[in-house]
Design a protein around this ligand. Structure first.
Ligand code: SAM
Length: 326
């Protein structure tokens, strides 16, 4: 699939739920958001059908996200289907690592070893303040287990002014001792109205300057063209680190992604409005043909950059990342 700016689209981020067992304060208010009724979420069977359709259209990588994917008790049924799908080269999961423990062995058996874990602080009190839940010990233990069992783990940490920036250097200790990539992201305006969002102080340049004060010798690593992260190595470290300019949006030119939200919306950019609802289409006649048409239409009308998309989407600041899938 090729979009209207001549970019090949082969990467799907598929949100399997909008529910989450954490309440990260930059993502949603403490009381949560208006979560979708169960009937408005795809069944696992529908998610398998949808994935198959998209793979037949040219998707080669699917990242499972949410909400928290593992709050769905039947998630492994989907992952088993995906692991057998011809043409799907890469299945990845983004998780908060609170509930993944019982599934680690089977994930490894299925060959699903690319796991992104969101962890916004290495200090327990800071972590629990941001997430508004006391899950630090579980998350920390699961991360170490994933790393030692040989998973390809990336840790995503949002730089939040006044909350966790003192943890940026200590977080890097993980990359010092383990073969893991610690990535620092800019905060984005998708917090479900939990706080006013105007601008960010901690952009990728500020994060890099802060790291350079302690580790001036870090050097850049080559990254794939469609990568959203700029990656670096500190001499002597086992792992690597990266920054993701998710608000500065320097990477849009090479974007190869399509998103499907937990309620079936097709989103061609984090900052864009949904262009169709696939759940509605999937539950009507001629579903497969009409889904393919809707996907091609969405891909043929993509904004060139996140700034262009934001310009056309006046409600952008009221959404929550738990609905969009990160
Ligand atoms: N529950 C899973 C997790 O914790 O990774 C997957 C869903 S979560 C919505 C996906 C990613 O979005 C997480 O890394 C989270 O930190 C990030 N995220 C949520 N709200 C954000 C915001 N306002 N700005 C930047 N990233 C955000």
């Amino acid at each position: 699939m090729v979009d209207n700016h001549n970019r090949t689209i082969n990467y799907l981020r598929l949100a399997v739920t909008d529910r989450c067992n954490l309440r990260c304060n930059y993502c949603m208010p403490s009381e949560g958001i208006n979560f979708a009724e169960n009937s408005k979420l795809f069944t696992i069977d529908e998610l398998s059908r949808l994935s198959q359709l998209l793979v037949s259209q040219g998707i080669t990588k699917i990242r499972i996200t949410g909400g928290e994917p593992f709050v769905r008790k039947d998630l492994m049924v989907l992952l088993r289907h995906l692991s057998e799908m011809q043409g799907l080269d890469d299945i990845s999961v983004t998780t908060n690592a609170t509930l993944i423990g019982p599934y680690i062995d089977e994930l490894k058996t299925l060959g699903i070893t690319n796991i992104n874990v969101s962890m916004d602080a290495i200090t327990k009190a800071t972590f629990e303040k941001i997430t508004r839940r006391n899950q630090y010990d579980t998350v920390h233990a699961n991360i170490l287990r994933l790393i030692t069992e040989g998973f390809n783990v990336r840790i995503n940490c949002i730089a939040l002014e006044g909350q966790n920036t003192d943890d940026i250097i200590p977080m890097l200790a993980l990359a010092k001792h383990f073969n893991v990539c610690v990535r620092f992201l800019e905060e984005m305006p998708f917090n479900g109205g939990s706080k006013k969002f105007e601008k960010i102080t901690w952009n990728y340049k500020q994060i890099l300057a802060h790291i350079a004060e302690v580790y001036p010798d870090y050097y850049p690593l080559a990254s794939p063209k469609s990568s959203t992260s700029m990656n670096y190595k500190i001499p002597g470290f086992e792992g690597t680190f990266g920054v993701i300019p998710s608000f500065s949006r320097t990477f849009c030119g090479a974007c190869n992604r399509l998103r499907i939200s937990a309620t079936g919306d097709v989103i061609t950019c984090l900052y864009a409005k949904a262009s169709a609802n696939l759940l509605t289409i999937l539950r009507t006649d001629d579903a497969e043909e009409n889904i393919k048409i809707a996907i091609l239409k969405a891909i043929g009308n993509r904004a060139k950059t996140g700034f262009e998309a934001q310009h056309e989407n006046k409600d952008v600041f009221s959404n929550s990342m738990t609905s969009i899938g990160g």
